[in-house]
Design a binder for this molecule. Sequence first.
Ligand code: HEM
Length: 508
Amino acid sequence: DFLLLLQKTLVGLFSAAAAAILISKLRGKRLNLPPGPFALPLVGSWLQIGNNLDHHDFTNYAKKFGQLFLLRMGQRNIAVISSTELAKEVLLTRGKEFGSRSRNIVFDIFTGKGQDMVFAEYGDHWRKMRRIVSVPFFTNRVVQQYRREWEAEVAKVVEEVRRNPAAAEEGVVLRRRLELMVYNNVYKMMFDKRFESEEDPLFVKLKSVNGERSKLGQSLEYNFGDFVPILRPFLRGYLKTCREVMRRRLNLYKDSFIHQKKSVVATRNGMVEKNIDLKCGIDHFLEAQKNGEINEDNVLFIVENMNVAAIETTVWALEWAIAELINNPKIQAKLRTEIDTILGPKNQVTEPDTHKLPYLEAVIKETLRLRMIVPCLVPHMNLHQANLGGYDIPAECRIYVNAWWLANNPAHWERPEEFRPERFLEEESNVQVNGNNIKYIPFGVGRRNCPGMLIAMPVLGITLGSLVQNFELLPPPGQSKIDMTENNGQFATRMLNHATIVLKPRYV
Ligand code: HEM
């Protein structure tokens, strides 16, 4: 800490000295930049603002500087959008112009500088990747093909919890089991593979490398080295760890999943496989590689993306939703009554059932509103200098749309701080998760929106529906509420503490 302070002071002094020259240089460009906090050359506003920036900080700055403000953080320009009008412009009407992604130094490592899909620049590569991934993942046909597997995975969770006496007494950290379930949902689609238990050695390894990557990527602590290149030497160790984790992770995907699959495909081809319905994700990706559309690294990075985008997000959403249901017992009871009434007791919730359960859908929507998992979307970027809201946006500016604030701004919502699913059946009954109203975009909207919405919604519905149907969800003994403290990272809002929860079976 002392080193960092010393370093900040030296940089501050150095910057002040360099200020005159650089300010005059900037003035020379005559850009009409959006308002924002005072910025020094070289370090920008980093000395005042520091490393920790989240959607709440952005909301406070918006109150001070307006709906479009600019943070100049060393080499990075960060524009933050806090109005529905400007969000619409950036994501929809001018979605192409603002449709690239800004990566930080750590994500440069994890994505091989955008060889993946999620962090790829807007253009041919991204379009191709999105098309290739869509066939085995993002269609209604795929949902119908896999929904029985997802239902079976939840049924297994219910069965195991019911058999575990601790669940009904001192409680369990249900998140761990749900994580296995979501891995199984996604690995089934990607590799036609499932893991038997949380102790499965391959699952343990996988969870460990993905967890390390998540921690390294989400941390806000490395921001200084991303913002201020001359401080990057202080991050050498961190970046080295990132590269090592990335190597171990990609090797695990390659050795334990992709290569095995390749040999299966080879055998199958030998027997002239005709039933294309049996193809899973990796078959499609390898075929695209064989056709020369993408290379081997691209295949690896698709697998990389899915391990994060598809799995972590869904697990976090489940964790928040369950905590809200426990902390709002009346809402939980109302949901249970809806399920019992509409499906009849003990008829297990299926994907088609979720469309008949409006309160269940409202609970999920309300969770994604109040606890927006990706509160400022995945950062967008303009490749070229642009004009927005009357201001100049420098080329390659990182653009955050504060979607959390759009969904929690009292100007647009009644008592937004309350967890009240009813709003989506009453005054907001026209608001869907697909972004039909820009004030509510938990999955983004436009060209770079979340294609996984199609999978996430049914999985959340089946899982939460089944849990509430089969158990009373309660806080652990001696505790009246689940701790909802947030842990905000580069992209996501997670729960700081994985809750222990009690699940009392309703049926024996
Ligand atoms: C992108 C949210 C689940 C795959 C995104 C974005 C958001 C988001 C906000 C960025 C949108 C933008 O930048 O404009 C969520 C939430 C989820 C979820 C809240 C669960 C509750 C999933 C699942 C998958 C997935 C299950 C895959 C099966 C992706 C991909 C992208 C993405 C591939 C990048 C799209 C692109 O850059 O073109 N997600 N997501 N997500 N999501 Fe999701």
